[in-house]
Ligand binder design. Sequence first.
Ligand SMILES: [Ca+2]
Length: 114
Amino acid sequence: MTVRVITGQGVDACPDGFLALYEHSDYNLPNGGGRILLTDEAIPNLKAHDFNDQVSSVIKKIYNCSITLWTDTNYQGTTFPLQESISEYRTMTDFSKVDVKQNDTISSVQIKKW
Ligand SMILES: [Ca+2]
């Protein structure tokens, strides 16, 4: 069980078995890099990792679990459920709620192992 923040860019910055939250859209690529939070466990409050309201793109290389991003701490607010079959979210509008601007709003990450 690990949470760590690195700097980097691109899909390959996310190791197998982890969820990667990028501070910029397009996996930090247009910005020439940036902060990436890697986790394989739930995070009830992203402030603990200095990553509150910063997520702009997501890579999922963690399997056999359901993952939901929330706009408030402790798994409350607006939900962004990740689809089992989709591993790349280039921007926050790649989630199902395309009518809602939710860039830089995620505050908690729920990971439930099956
Ligand atoms: Ca928030």
